[in-house]
Ligand binder design. Structure first.
Ligand SMILES: [Zn+2]
Length: 199
C-alpha cells in the first residue's frame, strides 16, 4: 500500500492534478492511516517516505501531510472510505468558480466512477473546519467533494479507486468547460464581438 500511495502521487503530478509539493493521499490499513508526507516533492516519493498515524492523530512514523486532519475525519465519519485522495484539479475548480456546479452533477451521472459531488465552502487548508465539512460532504453517500477555491477530495476502496474518481471529475469538468455552457450556440461569441467593435 505504501508503494501504491507513492505511485498515485506520481500519477497525480504527471496528470497536472497537483503541484510538485501539493496534494496528499492515504489508506486505512489495519486500523492505522498510512499517509503521504509533508513537503517532499510528490513525483519521487518512495515507500519509506510514507508516514503513519493512528485514528486519534498520534504520529507513529514519519512526517504526515499538513492535511492529515482531513484524512482522519473522513475515516472516522465515513466507514466505507478505505482510501482518500486530495488534489487541486484546475478545470474542476474553474468550472465551480463559474457557477457551473449543475453541469458537474449532470456529467457525473454519466460517469459511474463518481456517484455525486458535494461542494464544501472555503475554509483554511489544514484546518479542522475544512476536515469536518469535507467528511460531512462525503458521509451522505457521495464519493467526491469539491473544496471551493482549493481542490477536491475523493474516496475509494484503494488509492487507485480514489484516483480514478479524481481523474473522472477533472475530465468531466474539462469537457464541460470546453463544450461551453448549456444552450451555447457556435458563433455567439463572434457576433457579440462584432457588435461591440467600435465604428
Ligand atoms: Zn490542498
Amino acid at each position: 500500500m505504501r508503494e501504491a500511495l507513492a505511485d498515485v502521487m506520481r500519477l497525480l503530478y504527471q496528470r497536472g492534478l497537483i503541484q510538485i509539493k501539493g496534494g496528499n493521499a492515504s489508506v486505512l490499513s489495519g486500523g492505522l492511516v498510512l499517509i503521504t508526507p509533508s513537503q517532499l516533492p510528490k513525483h519521487s516519493l518512495k515507500a519509506e517516505d510514507i508516514a503513519v498515524l493512528d485514528l486519534s492523530g498520534r504520529i507513529l512514523e514519519g512526517r504526515p501531510s499538513s492535511e492529515y486532519k482531513l484524512h482522519l475525519e473522513i475515516y472516522k465519519r465515513v466507514p466505507r472510505a478505505k482510501a482518500v485522495v486530495h488534489a487541486h484539479p484546475p478545470h474542476l475548480l474553474a468550472l465551480v468558480e463559474r457557477g457551473m456546479r449543475g453541469e458537474v452533477d449532470m456529467l457525473m451521472e454519466a460517469k459511474l466512477k463518481v456517484k455525486c459531488v458535494n461542494l464544501v465552502p472555503p475554509y483554511p487548508p489544514g484546518s479542522l473546519e475544512l476536515a469536518v465539512a469535507a467528511a460531512e460532504g462525503l458521509s451522505s453517500g457521495c464519493n467526491a467533494v469539491v473544496l471551493a477555491r482549493h481542490g477536491a477530495v475523493t474516496i475509494g476502496e484503494d488509492p487507485y479507486d480514489a484516483l480514478d474518481a479524481m481523474e473522472a471529475l477533472e475530465d468531466a469538468a474539462k469537457i464541460a468547460l470546453l463544450a461551453g455552457p448549456p444552450g451555447f450556440e457556435p458563433g455567439t461569441f463572434g457576433s457579440a464581438g462584432r457588435r461591440s467593435d467600435p465604428g
